[in-house]
Design a protein around this ligand. Sequence first.
Ligand code: ZN
Length: 265
Amino acid sequence: MITMNNYQFSMNNNLYKSVIMILIMLIVNCSLLIAQNKLDVIVLDAGHGGKDPGTISDFSGIQEKNIVLPITMKFGKLIEEKFPGIRVIYSRTTDELIDLHLRTKIANDNKAKLFISIHANHKKKEETEKNGFEIYLLNRERMPEAIQFTMNENTILSYRQFGNDSLDRFIFASLAQNGYTRFNEYLASMIEINMLNLTQLMSRGSFQAGNWVTLGASMPSVLVETGYLSDQNDEKYLSSEKGQNEIAIALLNAFQQYKILYEIQ
Ligand SMILES: [Zn+2]
């Protein structure tokens, strides 16, 4: 027989159990969420290498591959010092040529949460003087432009790397990037702010276009063109210890701010 008091007790008991169950589910979900959003692996990609020098300075003859490697290594070392729990993977640590598709494969295979590719630029023959840094990211709304950009800029390279289905691969990879637009844009803006504050380089802005380096990366990814080797001031700065250190610190700050946003999602 259930008296009113007993009935009340069993109601309270059931309510109590339900609340506990909901709390447990919330805690489990939250910890899963935290585990999912831990920025624990990052791939840093120094552009070019080996027989691919990248762009070459008009003044000192210094090659892009030899400028972007120390910047990338310095940036990585700062992350390792500041965040011992984060695994920093370098696509190259020496003067060697790594296939473009292998660079993003390394990131995918290691379940990297972020991919940053470091380059330096050179103006085209027909262009007037250019200087400053640029940040490239993929955005689905700008896909037609991105495809055009990629096909114009990289046709020879891309066909050599990917064969005739390169356009398909590009579209596929760009769609994979679509979900990360918000992260990419935030990271790009953090890089821009910190580079402006901490380096002598001027900003040419962020460009939502495709490029073959971040293609295929299944995680937020950006490509930083740190400056123009066709500009004497940029070239001097990028070649100097001071310039490379300042860029590395700016990138570290941007990474740190990005990490906060990434992990609270
Ligand atoms: Zn490059």
